[in-house]
Design a protein around this ligand. Sequence first.
Ligand code: NOJ
Length: 548
Amino acid sequence: MTPGWWTEAVIYQIYPRSFADSDGDGIGDLPGITARLDHLVELGVDAVWLSPFYPSPQADAGYDVADYRDVEPLFGTLPDADRLIGEAKRRGLRVIVDLVPNHTSSAHVWFAEALTAAPGSPQRQRYVFRDGLGADGGEPPNDWQSVFGGPAWTRVTEPDGRPGQWYLHLFDTAQPDLNWDNPEVRAEFVDVLRFWLDRGVDGFRVDVAHGLIKQADLADWQEPQEILSGREVDKPRPPMWDQDGVHEIYREWRRVVDSYGSAPQDGRVLVAEAWVEPAERLARYIRPDEMHQAFNFEYLLAAWTAPAQYAVITRSLEATDAVGAPTTWVLSNHDVVRHASRLGLPIGTPRPNGIGAQDPQPDAGLGLRRARAATLLMLALPGSAYLYQGEELGLPEHTTLPDEARQDPTYHRTRGAQRGRDGCRVPIPWEADAPSYGFGPTDASWLPQPPSWSEYALDRQRDVPGSTYEVYRAALRLRREHGLGRGALRWLESADEVLAFANDGLRVLTNFGPAPVPLPEGAEVLVSSAPLDGTGHVPTDVTVWFRA
Ligand code: NOJ
């Protein structure tokens, strides 16, 4: 059977605020994206995933949706979205949009109605409202913490002016959790799926896919909040994550998306953002009648050592093979420190939630060298790969953002203890000598761009042999030519310091160790993440694709 397009697709994440600004207000927008689509064709990706562009007060950069069926004026209009979808399709690019079903914005009409309605009313039952504990109900209903820091409950003032019930928000106060036990909520989201499918989208990236159903008794959890549930299969699961009830929701959605097309080249897809471990547990989201893909965050989190990479790749392939789904690979997105910086921290550093000027700084040169090696390794793996805007330029994290510029609620809710995610969300550089590096027609940029970014600009890298951009382009072209995404991996070497594998006719070697490693006699190098040394050896932190 022909595999579906998504099984081998390279999907490029666009973060609309920071991709391209057409009107010079310092915030990227949909017409800006449309005008830059040719870049993605030149790069050689198959699809784009757009982070949310819906009406939103932007309390969490658009992951607080006030209206699921329209476009935020900052980003454009609904006709702009239609144009973007149409222009992408015309160029052979598929379009995946973000769906945020765990919570709405507090500015959503449903939440406004809930606040003016009585406890127990149908309007409140769309969300998770509860009476507080203690004599006057002044204590939150349980001890859950918000992922962004602080308590996961906020008390409302009732219409009569008295302190009243509490509502649950696993994220910011401005992101009340929906009650997915309520059939009205389920019907609403099926309708939202249809709304965007009717406009021609090819699928949905489903935000917090592991969070929709909470354990019915909302039992205390007594452990710090971690979005990654990180549990062994037989250990108790956190009462807010990865509850078995979520799967029924995705089975229903699968029927909906399949009704719009399920043929290999026509399939509409569902992609789970589910921070669930271990890999076997995550694979439950992509059983044949559920979603099509799930982000592989275990891979993103794996240390840059040969044994760790070998283990996570092997485990990932086994877990997804067991349910007949494609494996996915990802190294960067809008929630984590960019891999060009993350890999420049000492191996073993716990994953930082942002980096600030006061923190130990990554080694930029080492980080970029490893990032390029990591990307080349990733793009040779069978399955589907996700790229995050700017990584094709080798863009680092902005690690010295002034604190007053920070906008991520994480920073504010933890009083700066967590620097947050702004450093990976800075508008990207297109032209070295233009205002805002070509992000928009003016100097305006909603987060300041560091001066060093001129050297990463696209126009400094295009057609420059060996630039990060040209390495990405070459790899994507070869990946397509060799059908690597639908290939099969065969390990050739998994030593302490070297990994080597074959994917169909192509061989891949990554050297993690300190000493250069020879290639087999007569090897024909197709692309390498950095130049080989004069004797054709593979230096430290380099990946090579070759024919032997
Ligand atoms: C995951 C999204 O990727 C992140 O940016 C957002 O803050 C949370 N979900 C809450 O919607």
